[in-house]
Design a protein around this ligand. Structure first.
Ligand SMILES: Nc1ncnc2c1ncn2[C@@H]1O[C@H](COP(=O)(O)OP(=O)(O)OP(=O)(O)O)[C@@H](O)[C@H]1O
Ligand SMILES: [Mg+2]
Length: 250
């Protein structure tokens, strides 16, 4: 939402294929989901995909999760590969909200992503999972430079300080989102926090996070202008983001 407010065109793909709730969190009705698109069969083209995107009033798009867990199996890795390719050409940011866990679909999405966003919390169990997640990404050969780390509920007093968390995780988080009771309230209302309470500290954290990616884009553009023709990646500044488990909705 913060990216849409900045004039970009983002789309979120809810890859929590069994229990995805991006639609509810954004107040969208799941008339057409990723399951319906996967069921159509045949190759994907931009017009076909567009028919299954749910539009949010902010200007962001959403590819919603299946409405029932038993529909999850229809979404294959091959389908996702094709889907991301189509979305990447059409949107400035393709944000994949993953379920907790390295399923084949999540692994494929990580491999195809240009950037990864790992979200953890400041309690012992979450820090253990976050550390394991970061280690697994390293084993998968992910360049640490394309990983960002967010700590959610980072102000809650649970006996672990931010500095201790940094030592455990071996890196400094790029953003801290405080606990804010407006967030579940906004979720219930189907409103992202940056819309429901744009001046709250939580919304500021999400704006700060969006600013990091917008800044990356400026740096990439400057670098490609400096190179004369900007050929290198051929991505034309398009980015794909991947959010892992424990993600607070922005
Ligand atoms: N910073 C926060 N302050 C208060 N409530 C929050 C905060 N972040 C998330 N929540 C609430 O916690 C619940 C779970 O949030 P969310 O769906 O983002 O978690 P998740 O980690 O993505 O879950 P899952 O691992 O199941 O995908 C929601 O009701 C949300 O409103
Ligand atoms: Mg989630």
């Amino acid at each position: 939402m913060a990216l849409a407010e900045a004039g970009k065109r983002p789309i979120v793909v809810d890859l929590d294929l069994q229990f995805g709730d991006v639609g509810i969190a954004l107040g969208l009705s799941p008339e057409r989901t990723i399951y319906d698109l996967a069921r159509v069969g045949g190759s994907l083209d931009p017009d076909k995909v567009a028919d299954f995107v749910t539009e949010h009033p902010s200007g962001a798009g959403a590819m919603l999760a299946p409405s029932r867990p038993d529909q999850a199996g229809t979404v294959t890795v091959e389908f996702l590969r094709e889907l991301y390719s189509v979305l990447r050409a059409r949107y400035d940011y393709v944000i994949v909200d993953t379920p907790p866990g390295f399923t084949p679909e999540v692994i494929a999405s990580i491999d195809l992503a240009s950037n990864l966003l790992v979200v953890g919390m400041l309690d012992a169990l979450s820090l253990k999972d976050t550390k394991l997640g970061l280690e697994t990404l390293a084993l998968m050969g992910c360049d640490p430079a394309r990983i960002r780390l967010v700590l959610n509920r980072a102000d809650t007093s649970v006996g672990i300080k931010r500095s201790e968390a940094e030592t455990i995780l071996g890196r400094t988080p790029d953003a801290f989102v405080p606990s804010d009771r407006e967030i579940p309230r906004a979720t219930t209302d189907g409103q992202p926090i940056v819309v429901a309470a744009g001046r709250s500290e939580a919304a500021k954290a999400f704006h700060g996070l969006a600013a990091l990616y917008l800044q990356d884009e400026l740096v990439a553009e400057a670098a490609s202008n400096g190179n004369g023709n900007g050929s290198g990646s051929g991505s034309k500044g398009k980015r794909r983001r991947l959010g892992r488990a424990k993600q607070a909705r922005s």
